[in-house]
Design a binder for this molecule. Structure first.
Ligand code: 5GP
Ligand code: ZN
Length: 140
């Protein structure tokens, strides 16, 4: 619990939210300013700023709840698809510094785009550059 965190205040029940599901370690509630009907946020109950700050158990709890809720959200609002994503850090657009997964119902006739637009235009990377990046990530 962090006193000045709005999502910790929701977990504590100090500010209201439209909770749609809860487990021991995760909470799901409707986004107050939704991108589409049914836009839901799934968070760890413990204050964690970024995805990498989650324990393995917390990560499982959050993504298990995403997995469970996605079809239920779609059914509730008659959605055709979802965009599921995390703004992981301020430079990726994270505004609330308590890690959260957005589950955004999508509709065949909505005017949104794919998640590919999130990082701007695609870089032109050579095969050598791609190999080096893969090696760096894998540690090999
Ligand atoms: P971010 O930009 O950090 O990935 O997204 C934060 C999300 O939290 C936004 O979609 C915003 O509408 C939502 N949000 C911010 N404050 C509140 C709040 O007090 N209650 C709820 N339910 N959602 C909030
Ligand atoms: Zn918090």
């Amino acid at each position: 619990m962090t006193d000045d965190c709005i999502f910790c205040s929701i977990v504590a029940g100090d500010i209201p939210a439209r909770t749609v599901a809860e487990t021991d370690e995760a909470l799901a509630f409707l986004d107050a300013n939704p991108m589409s009907p049914g836009h839901t946020l799934v968070i760890p109950k413990a204050h964690r700023s970024r995805v990498a700050d989650l324990s393995v158990e917390e990560s499982r709890a959050v993504f298990d709840l995403v997995h469970e809720l996605a079809p239920e959200i779609a059914a509730a609002v008659d959605a055709d698809a979802h965009t599921i994503g995390v703004n992981d850090g301020p430079d990726a657009g994270q505004e609330v510094p308590h890690a959260h997964v957005h589950v955004i119902p999508r509709f065949a006739d909505d005017d949104g785009g794919p998640i590919h637009v999130a990082a701007g235009s695609r870089p032109d990377l050579s095969d050598d550059e791609l190999d080096a990046i893969a090696s760096s990530i894998s540690g090999e």
